[in-house]
Design a protein around this ligand. Structure first.
Ligand code: PNS
Length: 172
């Protein structure tokens, strides 16, 4: 970097934050210098397992070691969050072509309504399969997802969903 700092908004549901998200935050820091990680509501997803307060506390604990990162919440549009927090760009991570399709549409829409540009970065190849949805599903049944999430998230998942003995899945 040449010493100048650009700040980017990294919006998401973060329900919960996982190692793929952490990698995108680290890439954002390396490329731009400042990342504002913002928990937003995704209207196309169910309300989720974790309250906004639980998500925020897991995000804060997991990102506290990274100077240049700010963790916030916002009720509203990503472009309005970008204006509120004074960021220059929106940052998104891409795992696969499915992500690209939805992110491309959001990027064009966000630019058309506000002029804010979106920058994509590729996820690490060893993390392309990680998703918050499957982490929630596995954790709810007592499965171990500690290799997929930062330690504070693993700790919180274990507290909320204590490991249940595995069964065959039969109910009778
Ligand atoms: O982690 P997610 O669920 O993939 O994140 C999606 C999110 C929250 C970034 C997206 O749904 C979003 O930007 N929501 C805020 C509402 C908004 O700006 N809608 C217009 C999108 S063009």
């Amino acid at each position: 970097m040449n010493g100048s700092t650009t700040s980017v908004l990294y919006p998401g549901s973060f329900d919960p934050l996982h190692l793929g998200h952490l990698d995108i935050v680290e890439q954002g820091l390396e490329l731009f210098g400042q990342v504002v990680v913002v928990a937003l509501h995704n209207p196309s997803k169910p309300s989720g397992v974790f309250t906004i307060d639980e998500r925020m506390s897991m995000m804060r604990a997991s990102l506290a070691h990274l100077p240049g990162v700010r963790v916030e919440r916002f009720h509203g549009l990503a472009v309005d969050a970008s204006a509120e927090f004074g960021t220059d760009f929106i940052l998104k991570g891409l795992r696969n072509a499915g992500d690209f399709e939805i992110e491309q549409q959001m990027a064009h829409t966000n630019h058309s309504v506000s002029g804010v540009r979106t920058v994509y970065v590729p996820c690490r190849p060893d993390q392309v399969f990680i998703s918050s949805r499957f982490i929630r599903e596995i954790a709810q049944y007592g499965g171990d997802v500690s290799h997929l999430v930062p330690a504070p998230v693993a700790h919180e998942l274990a507290r909320i969903f204590p490991s249940a003995p595995r069964s065959s899945g039969r109910t009778s």
